[in-house]
Every structure is written in structure tokens, then in C-alpha cells.
Design a protein around this ligand. Structure first.
Ligand code: G3P
Ligand code: MG
Length: 240
């Protein structure tokens, strides 16, 4: 089961910052997930379309200049990173799941990924693109996938996500944890899909995912989840 650092290592560092991504790498995360918006002519790593929750700025992300956005404190003196900076830092030492948060980001993300795949072959098969927006997922599904993977990410109200994922030749299905059970895992695996559940933080939930044979979990605490996975492999339960 892959341990996917959610927003880097959001439980221990300011989410979606280079410090958070670095912490996930240092913890040994197999993959790292970040959220990406196109704004101010760049690809910015941030979860919300407003600045208030995660930075010392206020208002809409898309209202600001790049200079103004980059001057903000995203926690502990960290800046809002560019996607390119995150890729530089990871350098294919872990996989990278780029979660596309606005449709404007689709083409620039594909262009950046294509350039990185060309210049750094180690990224091949280690970039996974996903989005909650069905239109973006469908558009990604129509693109040639030369080295990157497609995941189908969804909320509780999605209808027949396994069929949607099979329809776009996805690599993986990304359900919310509360939707995950043996039936879903069985159906996904029968369709040739990996299952990556979000967001799995409690030790007991990590163990449940291990027992279900899930292929990966997004977690805010990648270091802790790696320890639980190791203990599980050794036959000793960690969770109460
Ligand atoms: O991509 C998995 C997970 O990150 C989706 O939820 O809201 O944390 O981006 P959210
Ligand atoms: Mg996300």
C-alpha cells in the first residue's frame, strides 16, 4: 500500500509548501500529493481559491499579481510554491500526484509534465494527474498519456466511478475513505484499477485500509502511516 503524503505532510508542516513536501520525502512517502491552481500566469501549489485559510493574505487567489502572491507567508515563513519548484525538490525520488483545482491549469500542467518527462526520464510513470472536476478528468482522459497516469477523483455523490474510470482508461480510482469497502475495492480491481483513498489519518483507519487491500492512502501523517504499514507487515497491530 502506497503512502501518499497529502498536501506534502500537512499534519506536521504547513500544507502545500516546500517544507511540507520535503517532510513527506524525508519520511519516505512513496508518493506526494499537491493541489494546483493556474493563477497570475503561473501554476501555484495551494488548496483553496482564497488566501485566507493557509496564508497571511486575504481574498481571491486569482485577484492578485504573482509578486503579491509570492510575498505571502504560507506558514512558518514558507511561500506559496510553484509546481515547478515542487517538481525540482522531489526530482522523481517519490511519485507526484498533481490535483488540478481549476480548469485553467490543465494545459499548463500537461505542458510542464511533458517537459519534465522529456528532461528527466525518471519521472516516467511517477506523475499522476487527477481532479474533482469531471470535465477536467474527461479532458485528461482524451489526451495521450506518454509517461503520466490518470486518476479519477470523486466525492460522495459520484455515480458509478468505476465505470467512469474504466471509460477514461484511468490508472486509479480515488474515493473518499468513507466510501471504501470490500465491494468497491473488488470492483475496482476487477476493472484493473488501483484504489487510493483520501484522507486516512487515524491509525485504525490506516490498518483497515491495509486489511482491505487498498493500493494507496492519502495521509497528512506519512511518517506515522509508514510505521503502521511496517508494523502491519510484521504482524503486529499498532492501532487500539
Ligand atoms: O486528491 C486527494 C485529496 O487531496 C482530495 O481532497 O480537498 O484534500 O484536495 P482535497
Ligand atoms: Mg488535494
Amino acid at each position: 500500500m502506497w503512502i501518499i503524503g497529502h498536501r506534502g505532510s500537512a499534519g506536521t508542516h504547513p500544507e502545500n509548501t516546500l517544507a511540507s513536501v520535503g517532510a513527506a520525502l524525508a519520511a519516505g512517502a512513496d508518493w506526494i500529493e499537491v493541489d494546483v491552481y493556474a493563477a497570475a500566469g503561473e501554476l501555484l501549489v495551494i488548496h483553496d481559491d482564497t488566501l485566507d485559510r493557509t496564508t497571511d493574505g486575504r481574498g481571491a487567489l486569482t485577484d492578485k499579481s504573482l509578486e503579491a502572491l509570492r510575498a505571502l507567508d504560507a506558514g512558518g515563513g514558507e511561500r506559496i510554491p510553484l509546481l515547478a519548484e515542487v517538481m525540482d525538490l522531489i526530482d522523481a525520488r517519490a511519485g507526484l500526484n498533481i490535483e488540478i483545482k481549476n480548469a485553467l491549469a490543465l494545459d499548463p500542467v500537461l505542458a510542464l509534465v511533458a517537459a519534465r518527462l522529456a528532461s528527466r526520464p525518471a519521472w516516467h510513470g511517477r506523475v499522476l494527474l487527477s481532479s474533482f472536476m469531471p470535465d477536467v478528468t474527461a479532458a485528461l482522459g482524451a489526451r495521450a498519456r506518454d509517461g503520466w497516469l490518470l486518476g479519477v477523483l470523486y466525492l460522495d455523490d459520484a455515480r458509478d466511478p468505476v465505470a467512469i474510470a474504466a471509460g477514461v482508461q484511468a490508472y486509479s480510482l480515488h474515493p473518499p475513505l468513507r466510501q471504501v469497502d470490500a465491494t468497491l475495492v473488488g470492483a475496482a480491481h476487477a476493472a484493473g484499477l488501483r484504489v487510493f483513498a483520501y484522507t486516512v489519518n487515524e491509525p485504525a483507519a490506516v490498518e483497515r485500509c491495509l486489511a482491505l487491500g487498498i493500493d494507496g492512502i492519502y495521509t497528512d501523517h506519512p511518517g506515522r502511516a509508514i510505521a503502521i504499514r511496517a508494523a502491519y507487515a510484521n504482524g503486529s497491530a499498532v492501532a487500539e
